[in-house]
Structure formats: C-alpha cells, structure tokens
Write a protein that binds this ligand. Sequence first.
Ligand code: SDX
Length: 429
Amino acid sequence: MADKIAKLRIDDSEYDLPVMSPTQGPDVLDIRKLYAQADVFTFDPGFTSTASCESKITYIDGDKGELWYRGYPIEQLAAKSHYLEVCYLLLYGELPTQQQMEDFETRVTRHTMVHEQMHNFFRGFRRDAHPMATLVGVIGAMSAFYHDSTDVNDPWQREVAAIRLIAKVPTIAAMAYKYSIGQPFVYPRNDLDYASNFLHMCFSVPAEKYEVDPALARAMDRIFTLHADHEQNASTSTVRLAGSSGANPFACIAAGIACLWGPAHGGANQACLEMLREIGTVDRIPEYIARAKDKSDPFKLMGFGHRVYKNFDPRAKVMKESADEVLDLLGIKDNPTLQVAKELEKIALEDPYFIEKKLYPNVDFYSGIILEAMGFPTSMFTPIFALSRTVGWVAQWKEMIGDPQNKIGRPRQLYVGNVKRDYKDVADR
Ligand code: SDX
C-alpha cells in the first residue's frame, strides 16, 4: 500500500509516484504507470535499484549482512533446523508441526526415484560432460515425463511439481556424477534422510556396503540450508521470468540452473576452489590480489564480492566454521587450500581496495573447501548449489504464479541504434 507520494518533475510537468512501504528494507517507488503518464522509461540494466516483485520469502540486508528465510535468521536455521524443515518453511511460510514435518518428509521421500526411462538420457551425453550440462538437459526433460504436473494454473499440479523437483533433483545430480565417473547409478533409499540419501547416491557402490557418516551428513545438510534461497538473485529472477510466460515448472527450473552455472553466480564455488589451487601457496597471494585490483586484468577474486552484501555474507561465516569442523572430522590437518583461503581472506580484508569497495567473502568462498574434503570433484560444486537452491526457485515460482498481479515479464530498453533508414541495393552500398 502507498502511504507517501514522491514527486517526479520532467520539464514543466510533475508526476506522482506512490511510495510503497515494506515490512523491512527500503521504500519502493511504484513506477508502474510512469511510461503511460510521462512517456519515459527508467534505466537500470543490472536491476541494482529495481524491485522486480513483491515477496514474503527471503529478506537480505546487504549492509548489515543479514539473511532471513520467512523472517528466521540464517544463523539460527543453520544451527537448529534441517534442510527439509527449511524447505517446508520456504514453501509454506511457517515452521512445520511434528506431524506436518513427517507428512512432508514422506511425500518428498516417495518422489525421490526418477522414471526408469530417464536413465537413457544420460547415455546421450559424453562421460566428460560437465554435470551442470547434464542437469540442465535432464531436468528440462522432466516435462517430457511428468505431464500430470505441468499445468501451472492447477494449484494441485503446482504442488506436485514442487515436491517432485525437490525430491528428484538430488537423484539426478547424483546420477550426473556417477555417469561422469563411469559408475552405476545408485537408487535412492527411503530409510535415509535427505542429505544422507544424496551422499549415499553419490558415494556408495554395489561392490561394498557404504555407511554414511552422520557428521558429514549434517555438514551436507547445512550446506543445502545455506544455499536454499536468496531473494531475487540472477537465477531466481530467471526462473520468475521464464515462469511469467506460463512455461512449465521443469523448464523454468532448467532455465534457473543454466543461469546459476555462470562463474559470476553459482559457478563461483568451482571457480573459487580452482583459483585457490592455482594460487597454491600463501606467498603467491599478493600477485593475485594485485591482479584483482588491476582494471586492465579481467581476473576477479572468486568467492569475493556480492551485488547485495557490502558486509560479510552471513552464509560465509557459517561455512567457515563448518570448514574447520569437517576438515577436523576428516583428520585433514593444515589443508593447504584452506590455509591459502584463510590467509587470502585476511590479506584481502586489510587491503584498501577491498575495504573501499566493500568486498567480503561470499557463500562460495569456503563451500568448495568443504565439498572437496567430502570427496566431491569441483565439477559437482555447482550442481550441489543447484539442488540446494531448487526449493528457493520453486517457492519463488509458486509465489509468482499465485500472485494475482502476476503478468508476463517484458522489460523495455534505451534504444541507441540507427534511426529509420531505407534499404540499399547491393549495387549502391
Ligand atoms: C552468488 O545475487 C545473489 O544473491 C547471488 C548469490 C545467491 O545466493 O544467489 O549470493 C550467489 O552468486 C555469490 C557471488 C559469487 N560470485 C563470485 O564470487 C564471483 C566474484 N565476484 C564478482 O564477480 C562480483 O563481486 C559479483 C558478480 C558477485 C558482483 O558484481 P558487481 O555487482 O559488479 O559488484 P560491485 O558492483 O559490488 O563491484 C564494485 C567494484 C567494481 O569495481 P569498480 O567498477 O567500482 O571499479 O568492485 C569490483 C567491481 O569490478 N569487484 C571486484 C570483485 N567483485 C567486485 N574486484 C575484484 N574481485 C572481485 N571479486
């Protein structure tokens, strides 16, 4: 609701822009009628100053380094909750009762298998295909199987599609991993919790018994929780834009996965670990800091900086603690990559360039260290981010589809091309 009016003056005309007040965060200028009234567009290519929607799901304060899921701070959820409970919270807005949790867990568990025919999709990929390429392809293909949950106008079908995606993306991600290493697919087990099941599908082999280490499962579960949702980031905005056309949910999530893959976004966890490995030793850090500061060098410090956080990413703090715990648990003493990461963080945070530009470690800075210690190759880091974020994408997609104000997303532009001109025959060019 607007309780204030902002005035916009253009030449000798004045326009009223209603000011909408949030429950938390900056006020919002409602410019929906601006073009019709003033025949002008606003210009914000990276959407830095643009609120693309109304949402109740996730709140971020970039200056304070705060992140809330449905109002609950991420630190509390990481410490006290677990991923499937966080999924319930993000989807339905409240923490579940014991019975609601059991029912939700049963529904998700019962959807973890994929149609047997989907195994054939993998055969079409090269074994060395990046698992993200496989993930985009196979999840997009889910709409070729689950026709009974593709009608976005049917609330029940939206609900079933949401459960199927949350349940099946880990299975497909694990299949992509197994396929890439030439091992047989491992079916999900209904007696395992969500994180244990994923570790089981990735690391067990038919030749011997595999026991999931509960402490590693807990660390895996925490990583899922930390990545579950993050307001209107690039991949979530991609899902919302794809969904605004009425595209089926599987196609929308495949679009989100494709966007997440970029090294400026979810691909940063893989790029960050590869950077830390390239740096190799603490004495080479200054060389890379200098490159990150050199405008003529496209190199950026992977895992550093954020469009919204101008303070520590609260997820990075939790991840850093978890890195110490996991390495300690695995008996990995003085992991050189972790030493380089900690020293790099220390040096960077004392460097005027990073201080002035408010560049802090983000969620991707420490996650790769944990995932590598757990036995994942770097190529599986972003697929793990994608499976964690599936619930966020689905929750945001459901919120958008259920919003009566929802309409197809269709931005305009600042046109700087040629004015109208007549066609020239080739003889006259
Ligand atoms: C994720 O949006 C989300 O919420 C994403 C995410 C989520 O959960 O969905 O949080 C997940 O994508 C985290 C970000 C992962 N990406 C990386 O770690 C890649 C490295 N980071 C950069 O590419 C960059 O910081 C971005 C892409 C994350 C943000 O880019 P912006 O918005 O351009 O950053 P900015 O405007 O704050 O930059 C300010 C200045 C710029 O220099 P000037 O133009 O002022 O001279 O800082 C520079 C930038 O060039 N800068 C960096 C830098 N990040 C920004 N310089 C060196 N190293 C970096 N990492």
